[in-house]
Design a protein around this ligand. Structure first.
Ligand code: SF4
Length: 369
């Protein structure tokens, strides 16, 4: 007898996961999705507003997951004490583990779970893949909805005879081009991602149906389902689609994405926050710290209060140093220069790497479970 499978979708407070929740409700109402959000207690008010708006659009409660639930302190502060005041950083991300991953794993337990993740079709990253075998990630906004581990197993050379036999049995109807691509073995000259992309471009629905057939012979959660509507999915959604979904649904775009104008040395620039998460997140760019200082000065002051001798949010300067007027001017001027260079050098990834001290995609991986 097949086991029950839960469908879950994590709301990070950012635009992509919010748009995915709306997209799934609109396009796959037959899936009984449980929505959750991990609350660190240190999010911007805009995030809580987004969650309230989503709840009314979805007509469902979003489960709020918290670490240290029985503590008298807010979760982040509770664990900060446990870590002897040692602030999290990209090298020591205890916050992700304690505030996001562990509460999520408690929420899931040992249940079989399909987790829908809002990585867009115009992003180059793979996203977080759970190490727990009872959790399977699906990426509805991408042409390739499957996680890398699934594709690697499906396209391994040893699977070719099995796929050929399904095609001859008529599991899917494919043309000769598709068959000849299936027959080609993976090699250093013909890597797995190349094969996957050629097959997807040739016939995305057949590719998905064959992967689904393949999964039936594995212990992945999807093996428990007799059908899965997303195998018919051909959509690829990029950034502008995400904003349209949020605006058209009435849920709205979180205010912190709105570009605000600033002026420095007679030049005009625009800044906003590029991601959700804790207001003091160490992943934010310098210009985002300036945004926080100017748009939410009370939160900037709170972030300063966490910095103690030897413990700072940024490696090279404290927030007190960063907020000095000359430093703020310099950050703004550098940012304007960088943005202008980006426009001129869209083809030079090398230069972009040098100029760009961060990017939108980097962040709290657990937001994308
Ligand atoms: S948003 Fe940043 S600070 Fe907050 S839990 Fe995630 S990585 Fe840590």
């Amino acid at each position: 007898m097949s086991q029950k499978v839960r469908h879950v979708l994590g709301i990070s407070g950012g635009k992509d996961s919010a748009a995915l929740a709306i997209y799934m409700k609109d396009n796959y109402p037959e899936l009984d999705i449980e929505y959750y959000s991990s609350d660190t207690g240190k999010e911007l008010e805009e995030t809580y507003e987004l969650i309230r708006n989503l709840e009314s659009y979805l007509g469902k409660k979003i489960h709020i997951l918290r670490g240290a639930e029985n503590s008298e302190h807010e979760a982040f502060d509770h664990f900060l004490k446990q870590y002897s005041g040692y602030l999290p950083s990209s090298q020591a991300r205890w916050c992700t583990k304690k505030l996001k991953l562990e509460p999520f794993e408690r929420f899931i337990g040992n249940d079989l779970v399909i987790s829908y993740v809002g990585i867009r079709g115009d992003e180059e990253r793979e996203g977080y893949i759970s190490k727990k075998s009872n959790i399977q990630s699906i990426f509805p906004f991408r042409q390739n909805i499957w996680s890398e581990d699934v594709v690697a197993k499906f396209l391994s050379n040893s699977s070719i005879p099995m796929i050929q036999s399904w095609i001859s049995e008529g599991v899917v109807e494919v043309d000769d081009e598709f068959i000849s691509l299936i027959d080609l073995p993976i090699s250093p000259k013909f890597p797995q991602n190349r094969k996957a992309s050629l097959l997807l471009n040739a016939d995305v629905k057949s590719f998905n149906n064959l992967v689904f057939r393949f999964l039936q012979s594995t212990s992945y959660p999807l093996a428990q389902l007799s059908s899965f509507p997303l195998v018919e999915n051909k959509d690829v959604l990029v950034k502008k689609d995400i904003f349209s979904i949020l605006r058209n649904s009435g849920v709205g775009v979180p205010k912190y994405y709105e570009e605000m104008e600033f002026e420095v040395n007679g030049q005009v620039g625009h800044y906003s926050r590029s991601r959700s998460g804790c207001y003091f997140c160490f992943f934010q760019q310098k210009i985002e710290w300036v945004w926080l200082l100017e748009q939410h000065p009370e939160l900037y002051t709170k972030a300063i209060a966490y910095e103690k001798e030897g413990y700072a949010w940024n490696e090279r300067e404290t927030l007190t140093e960063l907020m000095q007027p000359e430093r703020v001017q310099q950050i703004k001027a550098d940012y304007i220069k960088r943005e202008a260079a980006k426009k001129l050098t869209t083809h030079s990834m090398f230069l972009l790497d040098i100029l760009d001290d961060s990017n939108e995609e980097e962040g709290c991986a657990a937001c994308f479970i």
